[in-house]
Design a protein around this ligand. Sequence first.
Ligand SMILES: [Mg+2]
Length: 267
Amino acid sequence: MHTGIASPASPTLPPALLPSETAFFLDVDGTLAEIVADPAQACIPPDALTTLKALRDAAGGALALVSGRSIAQLDAMLHPLVLPVAGVHGLERRDFDGRVSRMVVDTAAHRRLVSAVDSFASTRPGLQTEEKPGSVALHFRNRPELGADCLHFMNTECNGDSRLTLVQGKMVAELKFGSRDKRQAIADFMNEHPFRGRRPFFAGDDVTDEAGFAGVNALGGISVKVGSGDSAAHFRLADPAALAGWLARLLASRAPARGPAGEQERG
Ligand SMILES: [Mg+2]
């Protein structure tokens, strides 16, 4: 089935590439998983998970997720697949060998921030607070008319602490400590095995992915915007199903018995 796949006539479809020479970086929400009313209910479809596992094998392990979610949430969404991941927009990262690094944050200030956002949300039914390592997100997907109020509140909190960065996404405003972003997370992976020396590919759907697109473009890589809207990405696919379908076709078009997966499949 190829439903949801962008028109083959689209001039912006990404070019064919060799998984064995590519470092794949993928955002999750809006890119692999459809955005749903309750972020806790978002999931990567089983077919897409199967494709991710095959892509990881075909790319010799050079596949990482780069998301605003925490590593713990990403692991739960991928289970039983375990991949290198950058969580909370790069504030935490697990490399190919499983080593986790996290930005050190002032835990008292983080707790105070979470409690301030919680109390703002508690008087406005429908708003959701999401606490993450080194950050807190305020979701207003179920109360879009409160978006401006939410942004104003988060902006005021941000201005009260120079260590904070305000991140705006689709129906969400987030305050994170420090300024690490997806560009830096991708750059960190690109300095390490098995990503090093490969051509980076990054697909994402939201404002926070633009830093990643810029970084990948600067490295001569392939940047793919999923969905509509202005973007620095060079290529475009319609929705998560289109990306999963494109990746599945990329794998299907590989010559059998070639590539790094061959070794694992023997014997
Ligand atoms: Mg996203």
